[in-house]
Design a protein. Structure first.
Length: 407
């Protein structure tokens, strides 16, 4: 999809779609505008924001009159309805965490056409409301485009619809649009300084904000699918034995149990409360996983590190439907992933050659191997793709001193 002066989105149609979406999203969430520096700011300009909610790309456009031209994962262009919505907005498809020169070219065309260009510099929705490491290439794009930069913070976006959650919750989302850089500033700033500026302006932890705000986020089955994020029990330190039901999360190994309440915090009755929120728990499990993997390397352990059954593996072509391979057992042994079917090894993936590791939606694990995109979908909803993503990224950093973007 090319964006040129002849292929600009229809603004009337775009505004009709945004009006419909605003009615729909206002019925799901409580939307509040705190600050808006885009009033009176004429395109082209670049909008960057934190990314925690599936609807963020549409949410940030509700308080801006012109359609935003977002750089969007090419995965979403494989879904017919989403593709239509994204094409109406003139969005640009991009491969995640890999150099994509066609996306850069389209961004330049969007600037020349006087568009608002939108980017989520984390590169993906964060899992626990804490802004993740910013992709350094964002700073290079800011330098290259040399147009005003607006930062938008969405406060409450994570708690309104956590990435791991099955259902959204009714609660506040607060919008804060701030103009942070102008072209004359960008011209004299180094790429490193631009990167630091973006990092500082996007620094945000949802639970730090929520401890003071204590906004209520009401919904049904509040803890369901929390095990997609939390994959290690802090009580018995076992991987992959957590299971959720309604507003509770419990361990099938040691029976440890917590409750997730309407404020997004964790409580327990009569048991030790290791963490009162998922973000702190997640940081602990990342640190624990680092230690676990280092011991694996130092001990020269050659057994199975991790495995899951009921894994659907597909090869993916850009903008095309999946090509299903089959259902397998996925095993991690030593420094490679192995697909097993009926006890037979079908395919090996060397960790060192795996690139662009990512989780699509909330439970589809994917990566590029020898320039081919593979996606893994788990038959059981309790198996965490984030577990595989986190462990593999950490292993690449520890084993090979690489792994691309930090966790």
């Amino acid at each position: 999809m090319s964006i040129s002066n002849k292929k600009l989105p229809n603004k009337i149609l775009s505004r009709i779609v945004l009006s419909i979406l605003k009615c729909y999203l206002s019925s799901i969430f409580k939307l509040y505008l705190e600050k808006n520096d885009t009033s009176g700011l004429k395109p082209p300009y670049l909008l960057i924001g934190n990314h925690a909610n599936f609807w963020d790309g549409f949410l940030v456009n509700l308080f801006i009159r012109d359609p935003i031209c977002f750089l969007v994962s090419d995965e979403y262009f494989r879904k017919p309805i989403l593709r239509k919505l994204l094409q109406i907005e003139g969005s640009i498809p991009k491969k995640k965490f890999l150099a994509d020169f066609s996306a850069i070219k389209e961004s330049i065309k969007a600037k020349e056409a006087g568009r608002i260009i939108g980017i989520f510099p984390e590169g993906r929705r964060n899992w626990d409301g804490s802004v993740e490491e910013i992709i350094f290439a964002t700073a290079k794009l800011v330098k290259m485009l040399n147009i005003p930069v607006v930062r938008v913070l969405l406060k409450g976006s994570h708690l309104s619809f956590p990435r791991w959650a099955r259902f959204s919750r009714k609660g506040k989302i607060i919008f804060d649009y701030e103009l942070i850089m102008m072209p004359d500033q960008i011209q004299i700033m180094s790429v490193d300084n631009i990167f630091q500026k973006i990092t500082d302006c996007l620094s945000y932890r949802e639970y730090d904000f929520q401890r003071k705000a204590m906004n209520s986020y009401q919904g049904k089955r509040l803890a369901e699918r929390l095990e997609l994020l939390l994959y290690i029990c802090p009580n018995c330190q076992t991987i992959g034995k957590l299971y959720s039901w309604d507003d509770k999360l419990f361990c099938n190994r040691c029976s440890y149990e917590i409750r997730y309440n309407q404020y997004g915090f964790l409580t327990t009755e009569g048991k030790q409360l290791y963490f009162d929120n998922p973000a702190d728990w997640n940081q602990w499990q990342i640190d624990w996983s680092k230690g676990f993997l280092k011991n694996y390397v130092l001990g020269n352990y050659q057994g199975i590190l991790m495995q899951d059954e009921g894994v659907y593996c597909t090869r993916v072509e850009r903008f095309k439907k999946f090509k299903p391979l089959s259902i397998y057992k996925l095993i991690w042994q030593e420094r490679e992933l192995i697909l097993h079917k009926n006890g037979i090894e079908c395919q090996h993936f060397e960790l060192k050659e795996i690139r662009g590791v990512n989780v699509q939606y909330n439970n589809r694990f994917e990566f590029y191997y020898k320039d081919q995109l593979y996606q893994f979908h788990f038959a059981s909803h309790s198996i965490s793709a984030y577990k595989w993503f986190t462990m593999i990224k950490l292993a690449q950093q520890i084993f090979f001193n690489n792994g691309g973007e930090d966790l």
